[in-house]
Design a protein around this ligand. Structure first.
Ligand SMILES: C[S@@+](CC[C@H](N)C(=O)[O-])C[C@H]1O[C@@H](n2cnc3c(N)ncnc32)[C@H](O)[C@@H]1O
Length: 308
């Protein structure tokens, strides 16, 4: 099964509970506050800011939109949002949420698609092109080829438009105890560490990692901790399938240098990668963790030529 198909299967199955836990609301709020304070850093002329004009149109593509976190974050500052996700159930939830708050299809709408499918990238057409901003929230760790992904997203931007992604920083995790409190001194890469011998990553990747050879088990040098100091486990929810989750993930996290490299290789310019100051508490891959979130931005050059 392709990684995209594994993602469709996993996210279709968990759509109903994807962001329903209280910790998720907190993470989403923290990411929202941080990104809204960084509109200048993102570097496109947004709508409804002190410097914008009334007639300005600002179009956002929310790729791998899920239930719409990135669309909600930038919604107040754009005039049109288009979502794409490989999971039909996620797209249905995305559109249902937008309609529930009275937003019309012309303002925000999502469709099922996969821009990275070489034989049949979908969707196509003018509605899906020329975006001012493309976002991919917590999605790049699910993509098989991150350079190709960044290139495909760059192609959907207008010249001068910006790709902004959020993801997790390698070695930026702290384990949490049963109460969810951070365990000081436990820095490492603890997410999607699988003890059953199934690893959702380490194949065909080559980008984003400074020391890939360390990642056979997701955390390299901390192998001695294998049996003694795992993060506290989250109780499995009925229907939650660990194997399907692991199959959907290509890598658990990225280095700052690695993201800079694959953005640059994709032909983006004005590239910058930053991290949130404080870790966020998450229950990820069945474990309780404090994770470091990174944000990366890169611009499609004004004189862009097609590279696909
Ligand atoms: C962790 S969720 C993030 C959802 C949302 N962006 C957010 O920030 O909450 C990852 C999403 O990526 C989608 N996805 C994975 N691979 C994809 C692909 N190749 N094309 C489009 N969507 C994909 C999944 O279906 C899922 O909805």
């Amino acid at each position: 099964m392709s990684t995209a198909a594994a993602n469709r299967q996993y996210f279709d199955a968990i759509t109903g509970t994807y962001d329903s836990k209280p910790f998720f609301a907190k993470v989403n709020q923290e990411v929202t506050d941080d990104l809204r304070n960084r509109l200048d850093w993102i570097g496109i002329p947004f709508a409804n800011t002190e410097s914008s004009s009334d007639t300005q149109s600002v179009r956002q593509l929310d790729y791998a939109c899920g239930t719409g976190l990135m669309s909600r974050i930038f919604g107040p500052y754009v005039t049109e949002t288009r979502g794409i996700d490989v999971s039909p159930n996620m797209v249905a939830a995305y559109n249902a949420r937008a309609r529930a708050v009275g937003m019309s299809e012309s303002t925000i709408n999502g469709v099922v698609g996969d821009l990275f499918d070489n034989e049949n990238p979908t969707p196509t057409g003018a509605e899906w092109d020329g975006f001012d901003l493309a976002t991919a929230g917590f999605a790049f760790h699910h993509f098989e080829d991150v350079v190709h992904a960044a290139k495909c997203l760059k192609q959907r931007l207008r010249p001068g438009g910006v790709l902004m992604i959020t993801d997790f920083l390698e070695d930026g995790d702290l384990k949490a105890d049963e109460q969810g409190e951070p365990i000081e001194g436990s820095e490492g890469t603890w997410a999607s560490h699988n003890h059953d011998g199934h690893h959702g990553h380490g194949h065909g990747h080559g980008h984003g990692h400074d020391h890939e050879h360390d990642h056979e088990h997701g955390h390299g040098k901390k192998e001695h901790c294998h049996h003694h100091c795992e993060p506290a486990k989250v109780e499995d929810e009925p229907g939650w399938d660990r194997e399907k989750m692991v199959a959907s993930i290509v890598v658990p996290s990225f280095t700052v240098e690695g993201v800079r490299k694959f953005f640059t290789e994709a032909g983006l310019v004005d590239v910058d990668v930053v991290t949130m100051d404080k870790r966020v508490y998450m229950e990820f891959g069945g474990q309780k963790l404090w994770r470091t979130v990174l944000f990366a931005r890169g611009r499609r050059p004004l004189e862009a030529k097609s590279e696909l």
